[in-house]
Write a protein that binds this ligand. Sequence first.
Ligand code: VAH
Length: 329
Amino acid sequence: MTASHGPVGPHTTPGRKVLVTGAGGQVGLDLLQALRARGDQVFASDLAPPSGDAGLGLPWSSLDVTRATQVDALFAELRPDVVYHLAAILSATGERDPLRTYAVNQDGTLHVLEAARKFGVRQVIFTSTIAVFGPGLPPLVGDDVPLRPTTMYGVTKVAGELLGEYYSRRHGLDFRGVRFPGLLSAVLPGGGTSDYAPLMYYESLRTGGYEAFCRPDSQIPLMYMPDALRALVELSLAPRERLGRCIYNIAAFSPTAQEIADEVARVVPGARITFKPDPARQAILDSWPRALDDTCARRDWDWRPAWDLARMSDDLTPKLAALAARAGE
Ligand code: VAH
């Protein structure tokens, strides 16, 4: 279920007490390992903590972020220095139950920020997304392009960005975040619209092919998980005085779905990838950026992606092959 990407970055400020919300998700499981590898004292939380090896031997707490009393109680008990707030329902799942998505993503973020204020958390790191943008975008989308999302997921992520900035201004909370592209890793995604990209690899390995729910010319920014984890650590450790903003676009590569299919055919010979666009998810994809401008992140905290599509394919394919083999056992 999990993939180890090893230590992240050259930084050495060990001993931070770090709490991760939504730690059982696609980003969380790899982030826990990356934080532990760099010497942080890591505490994980999610609705239902995983059992056995899946919990990585870390201390886990059950946490429903929609319950302010639960969030307060956990923050009071642990008194973390830094909180990585990942708990969220993604775009595709979110459209099936918008009110639950609002409760988890919007109320949940407010509860985390409020608990951070009350219990002396020094820094909150927020995972935002390209889904904060909406239709009518320029070819290259900068940080300050108007935010007009069409999904409840996007709406709540915009609100999360603004709430965090409010807590930063009003209460001096050190709030920082990145807008993630669609992420690929050896942990399968859970209910996103960008899932066609990792599933092209995974289903080709598992079953010999995949019917993608988008058009071949669909194009959104994507990123390999090791870059995403490094961004979360490097942004957290960047000197505050260098940061001109709270939330940053970060980019790696932006292939079309056809280009990903061609790449999958290279690393999984014989893979049969077909396209059958699903109107709802295609409309979401068409409303998102084709490419992100990450100039501000490059300038303020020296962000640079290390992985492109081809290098990612070579690294990811054996990991997903092992996962697919385990799924078939
Ligand atoms: C989703 N993976 O598809 C998420 C995301 C790139 C968008 O944040 O909903």
